[in-house]
Ligand binder design. Sequence first.
Ligand code: ATP
Ligand code: MG
Length: 587
Amino acid sequence: MSTRAIQKAGAPGGPGHYLTNYAEARRTFSWADARLALTGRTDPTLNIAAETVGRHIAQGHGDRRAVRFIDRHWNRVDLTYAELQRRSWRFANVLRTLGIARGASVATLLGRVPELFTVALGTLEAGDVLSALFSAFGPEPLKTRLQLGHVQVLVTTEAFYRRKVAGIRDALPELRHVLLVRDDATQAMPPGTLDLAALLAEAAESYSTAPTRDEDVALLHFTSGTTGKPKGVTLPHAAVIAQHATSRMVLDLHPGETYWCTADPGWVTGIAYGLIGPLACGASLIVDREEFDPERWYRILAEERVQVWYTAPTAIRMLMKAGTALARAQQFPALRHMASVGEPLNAEAVTWGVEAFGRPFHDTWWQTETGAIMIANFAACEVLPGSMGRAIPGVEARVVRRTAAGRLEPIESADEVGEIALRPGWPSMFTGYLENPERYAAAFADGWYLAGDLARRDADGHFWFIGRTDDVIKSAGHLISPFEIESALMTHPAVAQAAVIGVPDPIAGQAVKAFIELRRGFTAGEDLRSQVLGHARRLLGAAVAPREIAFSDGLPRTRSGKIMRRLLRARELGLPEGDLSTLEGKE
Ligand code: ATP
Ligand code: MG
């Protein structure tokens, strides 16, 4: 935990930060004020779409660019807030014309295209439940999710329909309508489908927002499936209060600023911070329709003059792998704040931000279940590389231990590891796991929500990630943090990514095995293996350092970019591989 803090002089010439003094912000913050800052009203009748789009139009900002889509050929399509509103109203009318009642589930299986925004906002406007599915899912994972979500309307492309949905349609009796974004208007529509563009063209352009209440379910997200079978998580309309507040406090996003969230809308980050939060802030969003590519990403950051950038550790490590020179070849004068989420962000990656962009990445921690960022490094505060930061104002977060009597008690010492626990009461907390009320109930105890992640918390309230409860390793009575070992391995110049697991050991109980992916220009071999082992032993001590190191061409990752340690473990031990629906590269 002894990392040198990165001090910041503020952003001269930029807009003032929303959060300038952490202690003061914690003392004065209230969710009632956060709601007022968003809606100006106190009655509990929120609707996410109205708060993200309608409000800006009412305030005279309808002509502001809401989102810019960039395609493979660098063609740009811009939509203003007013245009988003018109399109979403049309879609809400389409749902009513099709006889879809309020509260029904509407799913999307689309790339990062304008129709996604139309359908997402229109669904919320109509008081229906939005479930944005990851577009690379194949038929089986789709079937499970569409069934579990009782989805009545699916919006997808003609190609996806033919390839992935037509064959499972019979297994989906609740799916009443499939609406297609057409690839080729000259071909006949597949049987049992409707043309989205034609329906939108016929629909009326005004709609009176459904009278949703704060607690009504608005969003259905499936978790990443990192630790097991993905869970269906429901979030209420009130989530927008926390997503807006954190887009301001943590992402420091101001009206009119250019913002890029690289997450796909098929995961919670892509909706909470790729759509709802930043639109609620009145920002101007960049959406790249293409997949990750270092040169392309640098060009987008530079040409689009991105000011605030929210990305993920895997992407950052892949940029590092491509070399600092590539980043330095571009200028990013507009870029003023960079944040990360999804996986532990090693100190090395935080400080690489300074090397490549002149500023550190700010780690943030949250989960599908929390609906919004809960722990963060703030733009105006110093950054401790390797720490996830501190609880956001309005949220009490601690690490807790279970006492002999089975109670939970907050841990005061920074030396003791415990489970991250949050005091319920923030507006974006999940309202349930689909069809699994027992699991939902089991996530709460003694007035805390238990996150399933282990951490330490220092005297100043900084959290230091240790690992998932399912991933930690116990060796010779010590609890070993996978994150700490992986971070140490990644300080070796040859190591681009690392993942460690516990393997059975007759004496210690478990021993550490590491899988490493090499940076460009390094070759796997015995020499390198002993160099990396030696490096790890020097940094970590022999008791904690990996006993074994294996080279890997590509670590198994979820499609949202998280290393699946459970799969490495299962393969190592010859156990069943479990649910692989979110494994990258699989359809
Ligand atoms: P599943 O619950 O299906 O196993 P998942 O937990 O990966 O999947 P998400 O809700 O997408 O699904 O991810 C939340 C988890 O990601 C957190 O509980 C935590 O383990 C990890 N995570 C997110 N941000 C961070 C971070 N900044 N540092 C460390 N871990 C993080
Ligand atoms: Mg989880």
